[in-house]
Design a protein around this ligand. Sequence first.
Ligand code: EPU
Length: 348
Amino acid sequence: MKLSYNVDLKSRNTFGMAVRAAAFLEYDSVQELADLLSDGRFAGELPLPLLHIGGGSNLLFTGDFPGTVLHSRIRLMTPLPAEGENFRIRVGAGVVWDEFCAWAASEGFWGPENLSLIPGEAGAAAVQNIGAYGREVCELIETVECYDVLRHRPVSLPAAECGYGYRDSRFKNEWKGRYIVTAVVFRLSRSYRPVLDYGHVGQALEAACGSGPYTPQQVRDTVIAIRKNKLPDPAETGSAGSFFRNPFVLPEQYARVERIAAQEGLGPVPHFLMDDGTVKIPAAWLIDKCGWKGQRRGNAGVWPVQPLVLVNATGTATPDEILALEEAVIASVRTRFGIVLRPEVEHI
Ligand code: EPU
């Protein structure tokens, strides 16, 4: 366990916000976490509130944090007894997500290959329900192992109880603050089951590897190549990935966007009809058509290739600059298309 005070968080959030936390605490096991939260040993030593982070890749610190930031260093990857054709593995919350994806692909397991190169850690992946290229992580999760902060005991929650939806789970809503994810049990498979129907993943794979069948490693490599083309390299440009959620709108709102697009010669509106009757419109398209690609406001910017991503363009952007850009993007999309974008990045 490691406890430090007055800690610079710049390297702990991928946006690269130079803010400070009153304290930063890393623990190495469920037992350490339990001791920390239950026996009062640290009462008075830990500034409050507590905030648990993973890789800090989906949050925006809006200023200095007055409490204690917790971070898991539980990095186990333990195979469990197989069930039928499913290989099962327990992955510690602090395992870097892409290291798990790399391992699975190198072992020939299907499952997380489309989710390759998503920044962050396994525990946060289960909270956010990360998704990309036609796959959501909840499809691979069997159970989420947590520490119950209220009842002071470890619990194992089946995925079906976690309320998973698009970029959403009960951990982000009514369970917020109640459970700390300590490990996730994933189901992987050796049976051939690539998901290739999203965008041009299938096409890109065919161009690179021929007509198939493919290996998980080939799908992973293709997804990595696509992501590298579209998204900023975290080592060079700070961001939190997609800043906004894709909006799901009513059919009449969609019809309005189509009318505006026709009047203004914006071309066809990309959209996806959902089972519940709503229509998903890529936020990237709406932001793009408002002319935001590559725009800068001070040190904050809109990524030129994927305008859903706001960036710390110079490395010195302040939270206020990012917030001002966020507001300006939301206002312009609302004025032009009547749709209110919601951030997907958590504001702290
Ligand atoms: N588009 C434009 N202009 C652009 C870029 C995109 O109009 O400059 C339109 C195109 O019509 C394109 C559509 O937006 O077909 C969708 O773009 P993309 O495939 O890049 O996906 P997205 O919906 O914008 C989501 C996730 C990404 C994930 C990709 C791929 C959200 C909020 N974002 O983006 O997740 O990588 O799909 O599956 O759902 C992240 O969360 O950090 C992230 C990068």
